[in-house]
Design a protein around this ligand. Structure first.
Ligand code: CTP
Ligand code: MG
Length: 227
């Protein structure tokens, strides 16, 4: 039974408003995805590291990836994140009960120790689980015009992160049967089957680079993580 990291990297980064997809933007002197792969490369428990890029990707080949062991690339990204992951699962040639750890290319500040902890906690688990952090802020439900309708209790609310770790065949089945706009992460597809993924404590530093200002924050986190 293997542990395979699957990294969806086929998005266009529309909220970043840059011609270059955000996974290839410069972050501390390297393409952003370099940091993501570098963190995963430090996880000894991972047998394979598989990146899913778009068939139209013009950037991947312009970088030198030879320093990364265990790295594979699949040019089978789809129109949505869920489609990219599902296409990757179909193409990855893994055993049905192998574990897949899906991790956003756009999360470059991942702490490798958290991935090892997750693998240790979930390898005997019947379903799998995700990194997540408890919601810290007070939550408001807005009506039209940004009027507050009410304050939503935050007890029991967590923010999903990645990696998200599930069995290859079960995740492929969940995504294939549940595919739709409501499936915004792997866990939501498993939940649609009535299963209950485990929450594993993540880190607020594991941010997803989404907007331009996130790049500056990610650069600061990378420096802080090295101290
Ligand atoms: N992703 C993907 N295939 C898609 C869309 C997204 O593999 N069709 C990947 C992105 O490359 C990213 C991860 O899924 O690593 C998380 O998605 P997100 O942060 O939403 O990235 P984008 O979709 O590229 O950004 P945006 O939503 O702003 O366009
Ligand atoms: Mg997106």
């Amino acid at each position: 039974m293997k542990h395979i990291a699957l990294i969806p990297a086929a998005g266009s980064g529309s909220r970043m408003a840059s011609l270059t997809p955000k996974q290839y933007l410069d972050l501390s002197g390297k393409p952003l995805i370099w940091h993501t792969l570098s963190a995963l490369a430090k996880v000894a428990e991972l047998d394979r590291i598989v990146v899913v890029i778009s068939p139209e990707d013009e950037w991947w080949d312009s970088f030198d990836w030879s320093g990364f062991a265990r790295l594979e690339v699949l040019r089978c990204g789809g129109a949505s994140r869920a489609e990219s992951v599902l296409n990757g699962l179909y193409a990855v040639q893994a055993a049905e009960d192998d574990w897949v750890l899906v991790h956003d290319a756009a999360r470059p500040c991942l702490d490798p120790a958290l991935v090892s902890q997750m693998i240790a906690a979930l390898t005997g688990h019947p379903v799998g689980g995700i990194l997540a952090v408890p919601v810290a802020d007070t939550l408001k439900l807005a009506q039209a015009g940004q009027h507050i309708a009410h304050t939503h209790p935050r007890d029991g609310l967590w923010q999903a992160q990645t990696p998200q770790m599930f069995r290859v065949a079960q995740l492929a089945h969940a995504l294939a049967t549940g595919m739709g706009p409501d499936i915004t992460d792997e866990a939501s597809a498993l939940e649609k089957l009535g299963l209950q993924p485990q929450l594993i404590m993540g880190s607020p530093w594991n941010l997803k680079v989404t907007y331009p200002q996130d790049l500056r924050l990610a650069a600061l986190i990378l420096v802080a993580g090295q101290q």
